[in-house]
Ligand binder design. Structure first.
Ligand code: RB5
Length: 147
């Protein structure tokens, strides 16, 4: 099933974002890329804000953010109401962040050497279903922290 996905990166994740965009488009997903489009230095909170607001207004399935480490851009994204951005690093966390946390954003670092391919991690996230049940009350408690 094809997904609608928003991508956003700072300069530190630009190259990885381009690679992942290519992979996802080849797989038939609808990709909206809110930038950046080159390696000129930018501030990752601005990108997180842009991508998360695009996600909230555009009927997306989920979003993917990139920076050098995944850390700064995920910190910024998780300040935005309704965003649950997961920093994942292997196939297990790719699966769990959907099954248990129903993440709506993933974050990756362009300067990180992952043991699993980022393409495989994203595919695993896409093919996993949120389990709901006992996890729902926990997500509701996360939402309550936003108030
Ligand atoms: C930019 O140099 C770098 O700090 C940024 O991409 C990110 O890694 C921050 O967490």
């Amino acid at each position: 099933m094809n997904k609608k996905i928003v991508l956003g990166t700072d300069h530190g994740g630009f190259e990885l974002k381009e690679r992942i965009k290519n992979h996802l488009e080849k797989s038939g997903h609808i990709i909206i890329d809110v930038g950046v489009y080159n390696e000129d230095s930018v501030d990752y909170p601005d990108v997180a804000n842009k991508a998360c607001n695009e996600y909230k207004s555009g009927n997306y399935d989920f979003g993917i953010l990139f920076c050098g480490t995944a850390i700064g851009i995920s910190m910024a994204a998780n300040k935005i109401k309704g965003i649950r951005c997961a920093v994942i690093h292997d196939l297990f966390t790719a699966e769990m962040c959907k099954a248990h946390n129903n993440a709506n954003f993933l974050a990756f670092g362009g300067r990180i050497e992952y043991n699993a391919s980022v393409e495989n991690m994203i595919d695993k996230f896409i093919e996993t279903t949120y389990e709901g049940g006992r996890h729902e009350q926990r997500l509701n408690k996360i939402t309550a922290l936003e108030k």
